[in-house]
Design a protein around this ligand. Structure first.
Ligand code: AMP
Length: 406
């Protein structure tokens, strides 16, 4: 079993950058993916945020690009990373910058919600690595500010989220503009049929790596459901927040509108809160996130799309103000707590119209969610025991992470 970055075949300047990041041991996805990617293979990675997947694709790409010793050609990146949200794109670019700090490669981020001129100028000067959201990239392609003929490395990150956000058509058009000879990496937390189809179209004989199965993530989280009338949810939430144990909380809503309303209600109740969703400008989103990260805002109210890819440690509680209609989304949401090996609590407020969603969630996670407040549970499907944990290494990785955090 490989247990050092050096033994994975990474070059010295990258090892130095990893040491500066204080990464000691590769995570399971890194240990499996990096050698295959250094060997030039395509990859299908089934993994969610928190597994170290960004470094798993970024490190081999950096190594390949550095070895090519090519100067950036105006408008023509060599590596293209597609991400569904601006936040995720920015985080990926930060990771490339950190891991590649001794390589002298150039990179830029192209996302919506911010002005065009700076992006156009950066592309014109030439970059090695381009991290982009599909919509804005398409704009730049159509106006001739970027050309993809020289791309040798493609990453599609969070493909399932791309699908949710309606980006799949754009993604297909972007991929069609790429050279056929290239290395492709495809990441998704879940593999619904449409995502599987997309993976087949994009990849050539990929190595498949799967980590952090959902059951393991969910196992570490204490999950409760409160049956509450829709009209009473706001007061119920404020009551819950009367408990100081809820010190760093993400509240999920299904819509942007509801996110705003909940954040306003909390502010009125003197609970410092920020809302984050797709209608806010990039700057407003970064500001909100920063207030939450620094602890000045105790609560972040978020839609699923906006929350995806946000890397904030130490979240004590996730509150599902509204249950998601897609059960996998529940797993993503509650995975925001219990990161980095910590334990966490997930509280769901379920009204009469959401009971079917709750049943779907329990079916997916194969475990009942404890009902708080003594109401009878009407939910069937409670007989099946939780699946045994077949994935020892992931568990060890969590423990390592816990030590690091301590
Ligand atoms: P990701 O799943 O790529 O979003 O990574 C989750 C977090 O783990 C990020 O904060 C990374 O900086 C961190 N991380 C990634 N790989 C390692 C590693 N091998 N050792 C320690 N931390 C890591």
């Amino acid at each position: 079993m490989t247990n050092s970055f050096a033994s994975l075949g990474l070059a010295e300047p990258i090892l130095r950058a990893l040491a500066a990041e204080k990464y000691e041991t590769p995570t399971p996805i890194q240990a499996q993916a990096i050698p295959a990617l250094l060997a030039g293979k395509d990859l299908l990675g089934i993994a969610q945020t928190g597994t170290g997947k960004t470094a798993a694709f970024a490190l081999p790409i950096l190594q390949h690009l550095a070895a090519q010793r090519a100067h950036p050609v105006p408008k023509s990146p060599r590596a293209l990373i597609l991400a569904p949200t601006r936040e995720l794109a920015i985080q990926i670019a930060e990771a490339f910058r950190a891991y590649g700090r001794f390589l002298g490669l150039r990179q830029t981020v192209v996302v919506g919600g911010v002005g065009y001129p700076q992006q156009i100028e950066a592309l014109r000067r030439g970059v090695d690595i381009l991290v982009a959201t599909p919509g804005r990239l398409m704009d730049h392609m159509e106006s001739g500010h970027v050309r993809l003929e020289r791309v040798t490395h493609l990453v599609l990150d969070e493909a399932d989220r791309m699908l949710d956000m309606g980006f799949v058509r754009d993604v297909r058009r972007i991929v069609a503009a790429l050279p056929k000879r290239r290395q492709s990496m495809f990441f998704s937390a879940t593999m619904p049929p449409e995502v599987t189809r997309l993976a087949h179209e994009m990849l050539f004989q990929p190595v498949r790596v799967e980590v952090t199965p959902q059951v393991v993530t969910v196992d570490k989280i204490q999950q409760n459901v409160h049956f509450v009338n829709a009209a009473d949810k706001r007061t119920h939430l404020i009551k819950l927040l009367g408990d100081p144990a809820l010190s760093r909380v993400i509240v999920f809503t299904r819509t942007k509108h509801a996110a705003n309303r909940v954040a306003e209600t909390l502010e009125r109740a003197k609970v410092p809160a920020e809302a984050i969703h797709g209608n806010k400008s990039q700057n407003a989103r970064q500001r909100a996130l920063e207030r939450f990260r620094s602890g000045r805002a105790r609560v972040l109210v978020a839609t699923d799309i906006a929350a995806r890819g946000i890397d904030v440690d130490g979240i004590t509680h996730v509150v599902n103000y509204e249950l998601p209609n897609v059960p996998e989304t529940y797993v993503h949401r509650i995975g925001r707590t219990a990161r980095a090996g910590a334990d966490g609590v997930a509280i769901s407020l379920c009204d009469g119209s959401e009971r079917a969603y709750l049943r779907d969630i329990e079916r997916l996670t194969r475990r009942p969610i404890a009902v708080v407040g003594g109401q009878p549970t009407l939910l069937a499907e409670r007989a099946k025991p939780a699946q045994p944990n077949r994935h020892g290494p992931a568990k060890h990785w969590h423990r390592r992470f816990a030590r690091r955090a301590a």
